[in-house]
Design a binder for this molecule. Structure first.
Ligand code: SF4
Length: 313
């Protein structure tokens, strides 16, 4: 299950997700991570021996979508881990580009200090780089990085790549209540971003169940303050905090597709219900999947979500 979606994306329209990393392998273990705590953390790139299988699965998916006349805006490398840890990323991106569909990659920026990673990510059409804070203490608390990572080096690389990348390069800053949502820290982050060359700087907040239950979105007044501080420093700022919609679809194997989506993208209850309705399924089918132990219901911010459960992995 390397391919999921199409899923609605607030920034990329209808996107097919490509999950090129085995579950929960990352250089960070962010408190807000929607796939839970990282179980393996390292910064060496590895050959996960999955490129051919990914491409095969992608073409099967694209054929099915073509038959249904479904349009795709982006093929997005967004893993339940850090996609640049894949040693075969270059080969994979080149294969994705052969489809003629635009490519996107969402990275936590930690490996941009490596020349081989830079060469790979410059290939995509749309690149999102994470900059949650420039304060080392907050960085350690929020992103919980590998001990070998150096924030200053990462930030220098982010600045360089934002200038080097020929496609669309955006930044993403995830705000967490009582951590990086104070005005002084927001000013520092915005100041740093203003030295980079991002087309748009997005402000996000946790909207799906996070790795740590105590990790919450900031108060609305602080989100507004963050927006205005960023706006004072940067030309294009957008809040990426609204609901992306329920337009999830399946291309045949409804249950398998549902599990692939929830592996990377926890779904709101209303989205799951609409997905079931669209695919002539009932809540009984959902109960059956839950009984297998691969899907579980959870509550975050007073809303019910369904998330993949890797109890069986
Ligand atoms: S949110 Fe992204 S960077 Fe953070 S732990 Fe999860 S996969 Fe890694």
């Amino acid at each position: 299950m390397f391919i999921f979606g199409p899923v609605p994306s607030r920034r990329l329209g209808r996107s097919i997700g490509i999950n090129n990393i085995p579950p929960k392998i990352c250089t960070y273990s962010c408190i807000y991570c929607q796939v839970g705590r990282s179980t393996k953390m390292f910064s060496d790139r590895k050959d996960f021996k999955n490129t051919d299988a990914i491409i095969k699965e992608l073409y099967t998916k694209l054929e099915k979508l073509d038959k249904k006349n479904e349009k795709i805006d982006y093929l997005t490398l967004v893993s339940d881990g850090e996609p640049t840890l894949d040693k075969n990323l270059c080969k994979l991106i080149k294969e994705l580009k052969k489809t003629g569909i635009k490519t996107a990659l969402i990275s936590n920026s930690t490996l941009l200090t490596r020349k081989d990673v830079i060469e790979d990510i410059l290939l995509v059409d749309w690149l999102s780089l994470k900059v949650d804070t420039i304060n080392e203490k907050l960085w350690t608390k929020i992103d919980r990085p590998l001990k070998t990572l150096i924030l200053e080096d990462i930030l220098d690389s982010v600045k360089d790549i934002s200038n080097l990348h020929n496609g669309i390069t955006v930044s993403e800053t995830m705000l967490v209540k009582d951590l990086n949502d104070r005005s002084s820290d927001l000013k520092d982050t915005a100041d740093f971003l203003s030295e980079c060359d991002f087309e748009t700087s997005y402000i996000s907040v946790p909207t799906r169940p996070p790795a740590e239950k105590w990790c919450l979105p900031p108060e609305e007044s602080n989100i507004n303050m963050a927006y205005h501080i960023f706006k004072n420093h940067l030309e294009n700022v957008e809040l990426n905090i609204s609901y992306e919609g329920n337009d999830f679809s399946s291309t045949g194997d409804v249950e398998k597709d549902l599990l692939s989506i929830t592996k990377v993208h926890p779904m709101k209850e209303e989205a799951i219900m609409e997905y079931l309705r669209k695919n002539n399924m009932t809540e009984k089918n959902l109960e059956r999947i839950i009984k297998t132990g691969l899907l579980k219901k959870t509550c975050f911010n007073n809303e019910n979500f369904y998330i993949f459960s890797n109890k069986k992995l």
